[in-house]
Ligand binder design. Structure first.
Ligand code: 5AD
Ligand code: SF4
Length: 447
């Protein structure tokens, strides 16, 4: 019976989890589940989890504690509740999750989402907890139902999953597996379905997205730049973005696409992680600070106004004050429009966690604070420089204030403006009047 049961999907972590959560909810629709965001109403709760840092992973267990109470309450009312843990904690910890939190009925890794309805049914009918964390042969994307709905004018589309880079701090190669690219035709099909559902902007997702090398219809290997060119041919698709890129895989054709492909937005998330060559080597990043700076110069030559974003880790094992100074220096030299920064978090099973020279917590905290002050000042400066300019803004949702819409500039900044709700999903010229550290405000320009 359609809509007879309710599912709550709670998403942690990265954009790929956001995408996966949507696909899981879609796949359950055919089995009678409609989505809810009220936990008390949910017959099924899926936690789509993140394992990248300890803090993210621990959130799952506090969430499961709350769910245990909820499940008990619902049981007293004669209602059954299934609890599933999906995502990277599921993949990394498997059966340990059930040992630690018996409230869980199903642990399912990212490669088995197409089996979710079947696994839930089995867990229910066999009245026991199931763990499915294998890396199956079949392609889950082929088995998942076609895209039908979207929440917004902007959507994610996974084109590549997994990573072979093995940065020594990172769990991704273990939780998402080795690098795999989806074939071109499958991506084009999905993109067309999204556009038919009203999507104007697609962000191509991959843990190492610019390492994309999917097969085209003729069986030839296709680069991300070639894929973007194919996608740009879809009428109604107005904007293309991609994330996350590795500096080593920033090919000349991709750099050139930023100059020639109008639909490709002038924004690039390019993690540098550190500015110290000694630390970069310890991280197995396969690039130096000089390589990164030269790459930035080449990218800016192709697209001078490009907004650069990055990820940085402070307190990697062995990081000295001089190493950290080199990180501040590279940030000064590049000038980022936006950035994410983290304290190093030792992750089980990764090589860096075994290094003796771990940096004390207070030192990490102090460095993070100093780095974030610099990054914030750069972001504020980038935003302030937009005042007085007019941007095409894709309106995606209503704002907090009555009559206000929120959209994104080409540089991915949130832009607030008073506008009729008919403009949702449309790209509109907005004159920027004000800038804060995290967003812009503007007025709609008459056509
Ligand atoms: N500790 C801290 N930050 C990490 N990241 C990945 N692994 C760790 C870790 N063990 C950061 C990196 C990566 C981003 C997604 O998360 O900067 O680019
Ligand atoms: Fe992790 Fe990214 Fe390094 Fe791959 S390239 S190991 S996902 S940090």
């Amino acid at each position: 019976m359609p809509g007879a049961k309710k599912v709550l999907v709670k998403t942690f972590g990265c954009q790929m989890n956001v995408y996966d959560s949507e696909r899981m909810a879609e796949s359950l629709k055919a089995y009678g589940y409609s989505e809810t965001d009220v936990a008390e109403d949910a017959d099924l709760v899926i936690l789509n989890t993140c394992h990248i840092r300890e803090k993210a992973a621990e959130k799952v267990y506090s969430e499961l504690g709350r769910l245990r109470q909820l499940k008990d309450e619902r049981r007293r009312e004669g209602r059954a509740t299934q609890v599933a843990v999906a995502g990277c904690v599921a993949q990394a910890e498997g059966g340990e999750i059930i040992a630690r939190a018996p409230v869980v009925d199903l642990v399912v890794g990212p490669q088995s989402y197409h089996r979710l309805p079947e696994l839930l049914y089995r867990a229910r009918s066999e009245s026991r907890a199931l763990v499915e964390t294998s890396f199956p042969e079949e392609d889950k994307f082929n088995k998942l139902p076609r895209r039908t709905r979207t929440h917004s004018a902007s959507a994610f589309l996974t084109v590549q999953e997994g990573c072979d880079k093995f940065c020594t701090f990172c769990v991704v190669p273990y939780t998402r597996g080795v690098e795999a690219s989806r074939p071109v035709h499958a991506i084009l099909d999905e993109a067309r379905a999204l556009v038919d559902a009203g999507v104007a902007e697609i962000t191509l997702l991959g843990q190492n997205v610019n390492g994309y090398h999917g097969e085209d219809e003729a069986g030839s290997s296709t680069s991300l730049a070639m894929l973007i060119r194919r996608l740009a041919g879809i009428e109604g698709l107005e904007r293309i973005r991609y994330t996350t890129s590795h500096p080593r895989d920033m090919g000349e054709d991709l750099i050139a696409a930023h100059a020639s492909e109008k639909k490709l937005m002038p924004y690039l998330h390019l993690p540098v992680q550190s500015g110290s060559d000694h630390i970069l080597a310890g991280m197995n990043r396969k690039h130096t600070a000089a390589y990164y700076l030269d790459l930035v110069t080449r990218i800016r030559k192709a697209r001078p106004d490009i907004a650069l974003s990055t990820d940085i880790i402070v307190g990697f094992p062995g990081e000295t004050e001089d190493d950290f100074a080199a990180t501040l220096a590279i940030v000064e030299q590049v000038g980022f429009a936006q950035a994410y920064s983290f304290k190093y978090s030792p992750r089980p099973g990764t090589p860096a966690a075994k290094i003796d020279a771990q940096v004390p917590e207070p030192v990490k905290l102090d460095r993070l604070y100093r780095l974030q002050r610099l990054l914030e000042s750069q972001q504020t400066r980038f935003n302030a420089a937009c005042v007085g300019r007019t941007f095409p803004v894709l309106f995606e949702r209503s704002g907090r204030r009555e009559g206000q819409l929120v959209g994104r500039s080409p540089y991915l900044q949130p832009v607030h403006a008073f506008a009729a709700s008919e403009l949702l999903g449309r790209i509109v010229s907005v004159e920027i009047l004000g800038a804060g550290p995290n967003s812009l405000q503007g007025v709609i320009q008459a056509a």
